[in-house]
Design a protein around this ligand. Structure first.
Ligand SMILES: [Zn+2]
Length: 346
């Protein structure tokens, strides 16, 4: 696969990409980071030990996957711990760029009623709120780093079912929307953000949040028969049938990403690399393989980076009772990003 990539990316292109993105920052000032361990030669990975929290026994959400993603990246020597950036907790102020004051107050104080808790799939706890705040800050930090260095990947994120005033489908805060809105507003020229959401479920919360915002383009490829039952309208929805396999799936992505980049001209891409289109996933209905996910992630990040556009990735959805198998599957995006980083001379 490495040889194939080298043929695709000419030396000229690699030099061009290397020049497009600035040098590594020398301090974490101005970033949503509490700890930065610089390694100017490696792909930045955003992770926090508080991405995880306790859940009731036998809860269906595979909470244990988050630390295991980092574990396998280190164990397999895909990254070193010097590449890891640690986000600081997201302030209420940061979250309020997307979420309503009333919702944030209720969420933080534990005043979410039972019906609302059922809709999220999680019983309320201080731990779950804390983990979502770190996760959201991680996505913001990955996007900030990507703007400086071209590419960065969090080991969590992709909570695209959260709406401004309520949570849904295992999502309490919409990290993609907060990152997009914050980075759009923090630039005097109003940055344009393209959200590429390849989780198997539609990014309904994100689509709703940005339905009237011309500076953010939402692109979702999802299984039409899957959750949520009631879809929102993204700027571009590609609804696919059950059982889709690698080749057909990839052709859907390839049919749209290049023209979207050409016509929308984003300043930043946020990439939700959900692994729930995998054939073994308990909630997906598609039939992608590990290799198919790798090709997808490589294609998306390589296509964006080679146009000189920064990209930050989040892991998105993935559901299995076998936590380690799932964590390795989620680490595919970091492995593909490492290849892009190396071969683009970043
Ligand atoms: Zn999903």
């Amino acid at each position: 696969m490495a040889c194939c990539m080298k043929r695709i990316l000419s030396k000229r292109l690699r030099l061009k990409v290397g020049r497009l993105f600035g040098a590594a920052p020398t301090s974490c000032r101005g970033f949503h980071a509490e700890l930065v361990r610089h390694d100017c030669c490696g792909l930045p990975i955003v992770h926090h030990s508080k991405y995880v929290c306790e859940l009731p026994a036998n809860h269906r959400f595979p909470m244990g996957k988050f630390p295991r993603v980092l574990h396998f990246l280190l164990q397999d020597q895909v990254i070193t711990d010097r590449q890891v950036w640690r986000p600081e907790i997201a302030s209420k102020d940061l979250l309020s760029c997307v979420h309503s004051e009333d919702y944030l107050s209720k969420l933080i104080a534990g005043k979410i009623d039972e019906q609302e808790q059922r809709r999220t799939g999680f019983p309320w706890s201080e731990g779950i709120v804390r983990r979502c705040r770190y996760e959201t800050a991680g996505t913001v930090l990955a996007a900030e780093i990507a703007l400086q260095r071209g590419l960065a990947c969090s080991t969590a994120g992709g909570t695209h079912h959260a709406f401004p005033s309520y949570g849904s489908g295992y999502c309490l805060l919409n990290d993609l929307a907060v990152a997009a809105k914050y980075l759009m507003d923090s630039s005097p020229t109003k940055r344009k953000v393209l959200i590429v959401d390849l989780d198997v479920h539609q990014g309904d919360g994100t689509a709703f949040i940005f339905k009237d915002e011309s500076s953010v383009f939402t692109f979702s490829v999802h299984c039409g028969k899957n959750f949520p039952l009631r879809k929102q309208q993204s700027d571009l929805d590609v609804s696919v049938e059950d059982g889709l396999e690698d080749k057909e799936y990839l052709s859907k992505v390839e049919a749209h990403l290049p023209w979207l980049l050409e016509s929308f001209h984003p300043d930043l891409v946020l990439y939700d690399a959900g692994v729930d289109p995998h054939w073994e996933d308990e909630l997906g209905r598609l039939r992608l393989t590990d290799q198919g996910l790798y090709q997808r992630d490589l294609y998306v990040m390589k296509t964006v980076v080679s146009k000189g556009i920064p990209v930050a990735s989040v892991i998105g959805g993935g559901y299995s009772r076998d936590i380690d198998r799932l964590a390795v599957r989620h680490s595919i995006v970091h492995r593909a990003a490492t290849q892009v980083w190396r071969e683009c001379g970043m």
